[in-house]
Design a protein around this ligand. Structure first.
Ligand code: ADP
Length: 474
């Protein structure tokens, strides 16, 4: 089984969120179950050049409506599977991965370059595995092209939805310029007068998957479907949910390179050192018995910051520390800054993206708060489980699938879950968690229940292999 994974981001090359973690870990995990996997992604400015082994192609010809373009390609082994990075500086040598007016053109070009690369590399991939809206261009191009091009004749596509909220929408007048200039190429993109790369991906791929079972059901409803639920309902026999794994080579408190001390389920002593280290990093009083509630996130409405804002005064009244790491919407950045200014000895705020700090928070905090409005899978709650940091989450999407509510009488469960999207419901669970924190034996039980959960990629990779087999037969 030969599988080419196309992604707009992948650890350790470039990351803005969960897709980066997943695309960085999956190719390696697939190799361990016998899949001949490779990864293709753009070469961004932020990619560390020391990760690259060699330039393997210096004249990749990419068909482009305005005339053939050339790109070069670099090879890296840093993700534990061959990764090919498309070097086209006019598109990718920029300060961030997304966020430009020509993003649709950038990723349309990436898709065309990736297809040209696969053909040049040979042999034919059985599966091209696409991810989120940037993959919509390749899904459409491949579907049309495989009828004409013997090389791609038997290639099938799997499209994975990591977040249905991002449509990759653009002005449909640009479709011609990007080479989607025939009715069969144009139509899949059209959505209420705009062009949506995501919609094209959902329409034109052979199989669809998303990153948790619960989310695969939710997105078939108007509440979570972002206007695309009708496609997902119509294609539900082709839609599968596979929960992401955790790359324990990267997220493991026994070996994590960023931590002040190491620990595991048999010995939690190091976690106290990590807590002290975290309090120091945030210039907070070194009061080790006071609980730390933490948040690491892109600052978007999806992640439930409205609830945190509404409940902020009550959260502070509990006496717990509150620590956040994130960047994004200005209103939430300003809110966290104001909260810190209001209570500088209780609140710590870091605005920006900081990989080491995200590990240090997972290790040093006591409670991880993730009250998402919707959550396709969510990774931080799973990292928290392994780091003995108890998640308090809203029961939606992958959060619902991966966190089990603590049951005092049976001693089961690894976190706290609330249902309604409301500040009082969230506060109730925070209070319950803090109450348990006050009883060290109970708390330790919850921590250990979480630390012993196995969310490794092994099981997920096996499920992907089965899904690839099904996809190949469509
Ligand atoms: P999403 O993909 O919606 O952003 P996930 O929970 O699936 O949410 O994945 C988020 C990933 O991005 C995690 O690895 C998390 O640690 C990381 N992350 C988010 N914000 C930051 C930040 N400001 N600094 C460092 N890492 C971050």
């Amino acid at each position: 089984m030969r599988v080419a994974i196309l992604s707009s981001e992948a650890v350790p090359f470039a990351k803005t969120g969960g897709l980066g973690d997943v695309a960085g870990a999956l190719p390696k995990a697939l190799r361990s179950v016998g899949v001949d996997s490779l990864l293709v992604l753009p070469l961004f400015e932020q990619t560390e050049r020391k990760l690259l082994r060699a330039q393997v192609i210096d004249n990749l010809e990419v068909e482009w409506p305005s005339g053939t373009r050339r790109a070069s390609v670099w090879l890296s082994d840093a993700a534990g599977a061959p990764a090919f990075l498309i070097d086209a500086p006019e598109y990718f040598a920029r300060s961030s991965v997304y966020g430009f007016g020509d993003d649709h053109e950038r990723f349309a070009f990436f898709c065309r370059a990736a297809l040209a690369l696969l053909k040049r590399l040979g042999p034919t991939p059985d599966i091209v595995h696409l991810n989120d809206w940037p993959g919509g261009f390749a899904a459409t191009e491949l579907r049309v092209r495989r009828a004409l091009d013997p090389f791609y004749h038997r290639t099938r596509t799997l499209f994975s939805i990591h977040n249905l909220a991002y449509h990759g929408s653009f002005d449909p007048r640009d479709l011609d310029r990007l080479g989607f200039n025939t009715p069969e190429r144009r139509e899949p993109f059209m959505m209420e007068g705009a062009a949506s790369a995501l919609k094209a991906g959902l329409m034109m791929s052979d199989m669809l998957s998303t990153v948790s079972h619960r989310y695969s059901l939710e997105i078939q409803t108007p509440e979570f479907g972002h206007g695309l639920e009708w496609i997902l309902r119509a294609r539900r026999d082709r839609l599968v949910g596979i929960t992401n794994g955790v790359d324990y080579d990267v997220w493991n408190p026994e070996t994590d390179q960023y931590l002040a001390a190491h620990f595991n389920a048999d010995n939690l002593e190091g976690k106290r050192m990590c807590k002290l280290d975290l309090l120091r990093r945030y210039n907070l009083p070194e009061e080790l018995d006071r609980p730390i509630i933490a948040s690491i996130s892109r600052l978007t409405g999806q992640k439930g910051f409205d609830l945190i804002r509404e409940a902020a005064a009550q959260i502070l009244m509990t006496g717990a520390f509150f620590i956040s790491l994130g960047s994004g919407a200005r209103e939430y950045e300003d809110f966290f800054q104001a909260l810190r200014d209001h209570a500088p000895r209780q609140v710590g705020t870091y605005r920006g993206f900081n990989e080491p700090l995200s590990h240090q928070i997972e290790a040093g905090a006591d409670i991880f708060l993730m009250p998402s409005q919707f959550e396709p899978c969510g990774l931080n709650q799973m990292y928290s489980l392994r780091y003995g940091t108890v998640p308090v989450v809203r029961a939606t999407g992958g959060l619902d699938d991966t966190v089990e509510d603590f049951d005092r009488s049976r001693g089961t469960g690894n976190g706290f879950k609330f249902g309604p999207y409301s500040a009082p419901a969230m506060l109730e669970k925070i209070s319950e968690a803090l109450y348990c924190y006050g009883e060290p034996e109970v708390w330790k039980q919850i921590q250990l229940n979480g630390m012993r959960v196995d969310n490794s990629w092994q099981a997920a990779a096996q499920k992907y292999l089965e899904l690839y087999r099904t996809t190949a037969q469509t």
